[in-house]
Design a protein around this ligand. Sequence first.
Ligand SMILES: [Zn+2]
Length: 296
Amino acid sequence: MRNQAQLLPLCSKLCVRERVAMHTVLRAPFNTFRHIDLVDLHVVGGPKLRSFTVASAAALFRAAARTVTSWVQWLGQMNSAAREHSPVAWTQQGYIYPKCWDSPALAQNLQEAFGGFLNNSKYSVAGKLIKDKLAEKNHWVPPAHGDAFFAEFRGLQRFAYDNIMATVFPARSDTSIIYLCKTRLTQMFAPFDLFAESDDEIEKAFETLKPMGQHVVVKVLKTWLHGWATSKRMSEDPVLPCLFGCVGQLDSQRHYVMCPHIFALLRYLIGDIPDDPCIRLAIKVPSQHALKINGF
Ligand SMILES: [Zn+2]
């Protein structure tokens, strides 16, 4: 894939598959995390997951700028051949390759990447940002493909990757995983308002959680983000009743966070368990002890 990415843009459907793959790696039900949470997990102490779709776009840009710089000559030859041999109706639509081809020419892919991904709604903003920053670094002169500027630019692909990530997954308060946790926990405990008195306890919980290791972070986040694979969560038919035997209660995380049987079991196994489910889940009065119970 690494070699192909230098010449071929990935199918846009792979974005969804990337999310599925990341959830599979984390053993979490699909939609537990948003895409931005998956690539930002390392910020809160989780594993650093690399986006292969963005990495492929960055590789394509690097190839067009530095590695495969003869694409302009290829385009010239293809334009000449198209004018001479292709039907006029076909070339007037902008096609410079035969109808039997199943995708644009490699030279056109490289041209599109170097031009700033203008025809790609997902990457076009990043493409402009990359070009502007490169021009600024080159004394406000846009560097040409194959220029000595690119030969001397260390970490060009990383530069492109970071800039694409910054625009595709922008860091805002409403895109943070802490914001999502607050939203999901509020829904989980509705109608009780968890954050009525103070809404900075969740930030303290994240600070306590961060140094505890990637595996604990992921497990705790799955709980806070309503990511238990219950039959209710997975929309199974039928939805099972509480697996611990509560009458009239469903197999759902909304019930399990307050399930009296789980509470009794924890008290039997661990002993000193607080009555308040928010403290048990380490959302309030966060401690490493409570987080470890959630993480194992
Ligand atoms: Zn129960």
